[in-house]
Every structure is written in structure tokens, then in C-alpha cells.
Design a protein around this ligand. Structure first.
Ligand SMILES: Cc1ncc(COP(=O)(O)O)c(C=O)c1O
Length: 274
């Protein structure tokens, strides 16, 4: 268990990589903390562009980019910010292609996806570690509870490196209480998935975005040359979306799927701006 999965990402890098010698492989665009933690620990990052148009990992290039000093390969599924999942067959292929690296599948948003977790591969893939968190679908980001699931010897090393009391007792107790409400959890996830479907349709129908990406997470990435103006207009009206105008996803805006009322408000504002 980590103080958020962010702590486990840092622990993984510190436990497996030698500063200034080893490297990690990440895919871009992706979650930025892999690179931030690597930089803090003086570990080289080898970044591979996801393949357009559907942001699949380029497995062929990975076999060329990774070398004997590649200690970790980070895969994010569903990916932040693009929302697509990586098929388990691809995860299996990467694990067998790089037997000397640890393949980390970051499943922060897996509860919103309609596919099994990569934990189902743990019996056969020796070099796999899966990250999950209570920060997203469980709505407990403030408690800082991340979960690393992997081979016993790997998890034992992480347990030795982590601070002994990394998650406070009150946070643990509160998490246990909230985890008991599985009905509430399932209801909330079902509502978000239903709203995600509605928002995908409505955002596409607006006709103001050049592309709206289908998503298996609780956000939708949309593209518009006007993304900065749209971002500013929404912010002025009290709606915060994430500007992701960067390489490979120029003009990107990541819109979190909120409650039905929040989503209606966003759609109203976008319609008013057309
Ligand atoms: C893909 C991904 N992984 C991990 C995290 C970190 O989650 P936490 O440290 O709250 O468990 C986030 C948070 O935004 C995320 O988007």
C-alpha cells in the first residue's frame, strides 16, 4: 500500500533503478508523475509516442528502445489523458518481450472500464506489477491510498523501502469503512459510465470539436483549435476542465464526467458559446 499510487511509482523507481545508470520507458501522452519521479531520482526516461489515431502503444519500437538497463516499463490503462485501454494481450506480449524489466500497469481508472484488470495475468506474468488506487472511482483521493499488486518478492522489496507508517491509521480506518459500501460504489460507477455515454454523444453532436475520443475512464478528451478560449470561457463561468494542449494532442481539452447536473451546466455553457 502506498500514500497514493504516486508514492508507489516513486518507490518502484527508487527500488529498481540505479541513478544515472538505469532507465524507465513511458508512453506519451501519459501520466506525468512517472517522468517527474524519474527526474527526481536521476533516472533516464525513454518516452515512446503512442500510435495515432487510437493511441495504442507501439510494441515494435518498445523492443528497440528498451535495453538491459530498462528496469521499468509504465503502461497506463485506461490511459490518462486519452482514455483508451491497453488490451491484456498487449500487456502479456510486452511482459514476455522484456523478461528482465518490471512491467507496471497503472490501473487508476480501471473501475470505469469494461474489461478485466491486468491482475488476472499475475499468475502467468512474473514481471508484472499492477497499480490501483482508491482516489478515482472510490472517490477517496484525500485519504491517499494506493495499491501495488505483484509478485511477493517484488512487493516485499517495496515494503522495505517505503516509510513504515506511510498511511495514517485514521485514513486506513476511514478507507475500510467506505470500502464496505460496495452498493454505493457500484451505483456511482454505473452513473458515471452512463453519463460518459451521454456526454460523448452530446459533445460530438455540438459540432464544435474536431474530435471527441471514446473513453474507458471518467473523462473525455476533446480537440478544438479554440481550446484555450473554450477553457478560459468555462473557467470564467465556474467550470474547470483540463487544458491538454501539448505534443501529439494539440488542441486537447480533458473534460471530467461529473454529476448529471454538472454535465448539463457544461453543455449549456458550450451551447451558449457556439
Ligand atoms: C494515471 C494515474 N495514475 C496514478 C495517479 C495517482 O493517484 P493517487 O496517487 O491519488 O493514488 C493518477 C492521479 O491523477 C493518475 O491519473
Amino acid at each position: 500500500m502506498g500514500n497514493g499510487s504516486d508514492e508507489i511509482i516513486d518507490l518502484l523507481i527508487r527500488s529498481t533503478c540505479r541513478p544515472a545508470l538505469d532507465n524507465i520507458v513511458v508512453f506519451s501522452p501519459g501520466y506525468s508523475v512517472y517522468e517527474v519521479s524519474a527526474a527526481i531520482n536521476d533516472v533516464q526516461v525513454r518516452s515512446i509516442d503512442l500510435l495515432l489515431p487510437d493511441f495504442r502503444p507501439d510494441v515494435k519500437i518498445l523492443s528497440k528502445v528498451a535495453d538491459a538497463n530498462t528496469k521499468l516499463v509504465f503502461l497506463c490503462s485506461p490511459n490518462n489523458p486519452t482514455g483508451n485501454v491497453i488490451p491484456l494481450s498487449t500487456v502479456e506480449r510486452i511482459c514476455s518481450m522484456l523478461p528482465d524489466s518490471l512491467v507496471v500497469v497503472d490501473e487508476a481508472y480501471i473501475d470505469f472500464a469494461d474489461m478485466p484488470s491486468a491482475t488476472t495475468l499475475l499468475d502467468t506474468a512474473d514481471n508484472l506489477l499492477v497499480l490501483q488506487t482508491l482516489s478515482k472511482a472510490w472517490g477517496m483521493a484525500g485519504l491517499r491510498i494506493g495499491i501495488g499488486i505483484g509478485r511477493e518478492d517484488v512487493v516485499t522489496v517495496l515494503g522495505k523501502v517505503k516509510p513504515p507508517y506511510n498511511i495514517g491509521g485514521m485514513a486506513q480506518q476511514m478507507a475500510l469503512d467506505l470500502l464496505a459500501d460496495t452498493d454505493g460504489f457500484e451505483r456511482r460507477v454505473a452513473e458515471i459510465k452512463c453519463e460518459r455515454g451521454r456526454m460523448f454523444g452530446e459533445l460530438t453532436a455540438l459540432g464544435i470539436f474536431s474530435r471527441v475520443l471514446p473513453s474507458s475512464a471518467n473523462y473525455i478528451l476533446v480537440f478544438s483549435p479554440q481550446c484555450r478560449a473554450v477553457h478560459g470561457f468555462l473557467a470564467e463561468n465556474g467550470v474547470v476542465v483540463r487544458l491538454r494542449d501539448q505534443r501529439l494532442i494539440p488542441d486537447g481539452l480533458r473534460i471530467t464526467v461529473g454529476t448529471p447536473e454538472e454535465n448539463d451546466r457544461l453543455l449549456e455553457l458550450l451551447k451558449a458559446r457556439i
